[in-house]
Design a protein around this ligand. Structure first.
Ligand code: ADP
Length: 394
């Protein structure tokens, strides 16, 4: 029986799900999360389906140690017998440069991820450290990466191309890659089951980090993030699309270095920078409701940004069958969904106000809406797990 341990890593966080296949449908045997890696104490929680979660605090120096800690608990609880009982670990890795799809973690993969780290400086080093760490602690363990760029390999050439000198694309890799591939793929596969016959789908993955994807017949044909995760929609702390020629005037005005300017664009911009309140949309919306004009502008700008992408992607798709909202913001904010959908009447889209105010997965458009609108929780880890298994058993 295959058992695959899927990791989703943040700078100081470690999330995992352990999948097992007795039949063709995988089961989640365990899920867990560790926070504050590198701090004096890290809080951890592990749960088994149907059981009470276990939790505790312990010093965890790095992501390799986090894996070791979780593995020891799973072993003590009889979920994994030993290391040989684990078929592979799978990573929801971010930027693989010229590598895409599902790949074995080997020296060549590590070298390519290192080469493109300047395109994903906040994400690639975390995965690289974890891969190297786990390799040195558990040399026999098979490690496989599923890149977040993978789902977007089907985007047509003109939509991954920037208007830069052609050599920049060839020699530096300045082109659109797109990210959040596991989430967009999961939603594509889920809509195929929920709404058979839906060929033209737009998925709005709106969370701590956000992107929109146009999907035609199960394949990505456009996505809002580009060569880096900074472009497209503005995110909680990130600028999103921004005019390159504004960088110099900002540097000149404030006396910032280039690195300082880029740091502000990636960490102190987006919802946080615009609202001056928070990077959490809930707090920005609360402030807006209390009359904070800057917060109101931030919420309206976000909704307007999303609306613009939907319009562009409906044009690329030449119509629309399904619009999906997913991610922490997409599934939880009925107000944002309403602000976006109330401007989509031209597509024949009608949101059902009562259903929009509800919770959980489901269709939230009216019976007579020409476009079905869905609120769906994403499940990126299940896509990584399935891809890793397919890679191991082609
Ligand atoms: P990540 O991209 O880090 O996985 P999530 O998809 O879990 O993040 O989204 C987290 C974000 O969702 C929070 O930062 C918060 O802004 C937003 N969020 C959660 N609930 C709500 C809500 N009810 N209204 C508006 N925003 C929400």
């Amino acid at each position: 029986m295959d058992k695959i341990f899927v990791m989703n890593l943040g700078t100081t966080s470690f999330k995992f799900k352990l999948y097992a296949w007795e039949t063709e449908d995988p089961k989640v045997l365990a899920a867990g999360e560790l926070e504050s890696i590198g701090a004096q104490e890290s809080a951890w929680e592990i749960s088994y389906p149907g059981g009470e979660p276990k939790s505790g605090k312990t010093p965890i120096a790095d992501h390799g140690m986090a894996f070791e800690h979780c593995f020891a608990i799973l072993q003590a609880d009889g979920i994994l017998k030993d290391l040989d009982d684990l078929t592979a670990v799978g990573y929801k890795a971010v930027h693989g440069g010229n590598l895409s799809g599902t790949c074995l973690v080997d020296d060549a993969l590590i070298a390519e991820m290192e080469r493109v780290t300047p395109f994903a400086p906040a994400h690639n080093p975390i995965y690289l450290n974890a891969m190297k760490n786990i390799r040195s602690r558990f040399p026999g363990l098979t490690q496989v990466a599923r890149f977040e760029t993978s789902f977007h390999g089907s985007i047509p050439a003109p939509r991954v191309t920037y208007g830069v000198p052609y050599q920049w694309q060839q020699e530096v890799g300045i082109r659109r890659y797109g990210f959040h591939g596991s989430s967009h793929q999961y939603i594509s596969q889920t809509v195929a089951k929920l709404q058979p016959g839906a060929r033209k789908i737009i998925n709005c993955h709106l969370g701590g980090s956000s992107s929109i994807c146009a999907i035609l017949d199960g394949k990505s044909v456009a996505t809002s993030m580009g060569a880096t995760l900074q472009s497209g929609l503005f995110n909680n702390n990130r600028v999103g699309d921004f005019e390159a020629f504004c960088i110099k005037p900002v540097m000149d005005h404030y006396g910032y270095t280039l690195d300082e300017t880029l740091e502000i664009l990636s960490k102190k911009s987006g919802l946080l920078g615009l609202s001056g309140v928070s990077n959490d949309l809930r707090l920005v919306m609360d402030a807006a409701a209390e009359g904070n004009a800057q917060a109101q502008l931030a919420v309206e700008t976000l909704a307007d940004n999303i609306l613009g992408y939907i319009g562009m992607y409906a044009a690329y798709l030449n119509g629309l069958d399904a619009l999906v909202f997913t991610g922490g913001i997409g599934t939880n904010s009925s107000l944002l969904r309403q602000m976006v959908c109330e401007n989509l009447g031209y597509l024949g889209l009608k949101l059902d106000a009562r259903k929009n105010d509800g919770r959980g997965d489901g269709c939230i458009s009216t019976e007579d809406s020409a476009v079905k609108v869905w609120r769906l929780k994403t499940d990126e880890e299940s896509v990584v797990a399935a891809c890793v298994r397919e890679y191991l058993h082609p």
